[in-house]
Design a protein around this ligand. Structure first.
Ligand code: 5GP
Length: 126
């Protein structure tokens, strides 16, 4: 993948607020962690449960993860499922979202999965 947007995200990914959370430099409300990823509550929740799952490694986004470490993507999805179960939303239903690039509203260039639930989620998303 070599489009300009992806290139810009790669260049901006070396230091983000999520990198600072991984390094413990700024606090986060952790709900899950393992050797490859951690999950913490979103600062600006869009649902009663809104947790972000991120790799410890500073990978810019979905495209970069697919290129560098596709197995990591499966691990992050499994972690999202663990989070949903721990948060008590697995039975009623929940959603995992990855925003990629400007049109999707990606604001942090460190790969992250949004885990959303605890209310009925409309479809299609806005
Ligand atoms: P994006 O729009 O890139 O898909 O999602 C970035 C998310 O990160 C947003 O939902 C935003 O509220 C959240 N966020 C941004 N900065 C921080 C922070 O310092 N701490 C936490 N917990 N969430 C953050």
């Amino acid at each position: 993948m070599s489009d300009a947007g992806a290139q810009a995200r790669r260049e901006q990914s070396s230091d983000t607020v999520f990198g600072a959370i991984v390094r413990g430099e700024i606090p986060a409300d952790l709900v899950y962690e393992d050797d490859l990823c951690l999950a913490f509550r979103d600062l600006n929740p869009q649902a009663p449960v809104h947790v972000l799952v991120i790799p410890r490694e500073g990978i810019a986004g979905l495209t970069e993860a697919g290129e560098a470490d596709p197995a990591l993507l499966g691990h992050l999805l499994q972690a999202a499922d663990v989070v949903a179960q721990r948060e008590g939303i697995a039975e009623r239903g929940w959603r995992v979202v990855i925003n990629v690039g400007a049109d999707a509203g990606q604001t942090v260039n460190h790969l992250h999965l949004h885990v959303l639930g605890g209310r009925a989620l409309s479809w299609p998303p806005g």
